[in-house]
Design a protein around this ligand. Structure first.
Ligand code: ADP
Ligand code: MG
Length: 340
């Protein structure tokens, strides 16, 4: 059982500027599994940008070209559960052996391994074995290897051996073609101005774009409503509202410094005064929580600090929230400002 979903293939993975590199790398790997320098191939990007789809597409294509090869798709979460189960049942060696016999191993959402040292260790051994034997490994993650946390250095360095390809948020043209394709496959006609309206207003990810179009199709075919621009507006509004709007690092610094009644320049200053340091650490913590910026970029925007300082700030905030009631209240008050 390969666990592959044939509905996720290259044909319906539409190409655009936002995914061209990752898609082409995926095709190259599918043509010559284990035979390119893209080993492992790591596809990374935010939610709903197509990581799982692309991972399946590569597997499906390989199965098609090389039916004799064993291909396995598995989520990092399921891999972890299987591993834990094998330890309980004393079958850890069988577990390792099973994975070492696979020709093409696809593991989705490897960020799930973070902090799980046993799973990382077993995966490290499986990875080495596969790689040495010219087998292909394909991984997806919500972050680039440099931004992954609580993953052992030796694994991170393996992740960087091959190619890391990012899936970006789709540009307008790509959004239009994804919408058209979806409508076409469902045999639904939709006025051009509505397609454009949806593509213009839903920008964050493909899953939402598809969600909006599915709602539109449902409204028109089940409720027999005419698909008007008003209907499209209502539906789009629902989708846009439901997504946490992305807050900027500037906005976070403004909210935090206002809350503590200080200037942004004070928040960013080099002082070691405790309440200023804590305000700055909270700003870094929220920037990590609510933006997609890398640790390095958060650090450079909040007072020219390095990524290790940001990492330390996030850990400090976590710790203080556990031990200091007053601090926890600051964090919760601020958190409300970013979530409401
Ligand atoms: P992720 O794993 O990154 O969260 P998914 O692979 O689950 O994202 O993609 C979310 C949805 O968007 C899926 O239904 C997928 O088919 C669709 N999708 C993503 N990228 C594309 C694309 N380039 N062309 C067509 N559909 C896409
Ligand atoms: Mg996914």
């Amino acid at each position: 059982e390969s666990q592959l979903n044939p509905g996720y293939n290259f044909e319906n993975f539409l190409e655009g500027d936002s995914n061209r590199l990752a898609r082409s790398a995926g095709m190259a790997v599918a043509n010559k599994p284990g035979g390119t320098s893209f080993n492992p191939l790591l596809v990374f990007g935010g939610v709903g940008l197509g990581k799982t789809h692309l991972a399946h597409a590569i597997g499906v294509e390989i199965k098609d070209k090389y039916p004799e090869k064993t291909v396995l798709y598995i989520s990092a979460e399921k891999f972890t559960q299987q591993y834990i189960e094998s330890v309980k049942k004393n079958t850890r060696n069988d577990f390792i052996h099973f994975y070492q016999l696979i020709d093409v191993l696809i593991i989705d959402d490897v960020q799930f391994f973070s902090g799980k040292s046993g799973t990382q260790d077993v995966f490290f051994h499986i990875f080495n074995h596969l790689h040495q034997n010219g087998k292909q490994v394909i991984l997806t993650s919500d972050k680039a290897p440099v931004d992954m946390q609580d993953i052992e250095q030796r694994l991170l360095s393996r992740f960087k051996w091959g190619l890391s390809a990012e899936l970006h948020t789709p540009d307008y043209e790509t959004r239009i073609s994804i919408l058209r394709n979806k409508l076409y496959r469902d045999g639904v006609e939709m006025p051009e101005d509505i397609i454009e309206y949806v593509a213009k207003n839903i920008k964050t990810n493909v899953r939402e774009l598809e969600g909006a179009v599915i709602s539109l199709i449902a409204q028109s075919s089940f409720n027999k409503k005419e698909v008007t621009l008003e209907l499209a507006q209502q539906i789009v509004e629902k989708f846009v509202k439901n997504t946490k709007r992305e807050v900027s690092i500037d906005y976070i610094q403004k909210v935090v410094s206002d809350y503590f009644q200080m200037d942004i320049s004070t928040l960013q200053s080099k002082t070691r005064k405790r309440h200023i340091v804590q305000a700055r650490q909270l700003a870094m913590f929220f920037a990590k929580k609510y933006t997609k910026a890398s640790l390095a970029s958060i650090g450079s925007q909040i007072g020219k600090r390095d990524h290790a300082t940001v990492l330390h700030a996030c850990k400090t905030v976590d710790n203080l929230c556990e031990t200091d009631k007053q601090f926890r209240k600051y964090m919760e008050d601020l958190n409300k400002k970013f979530t409401q």
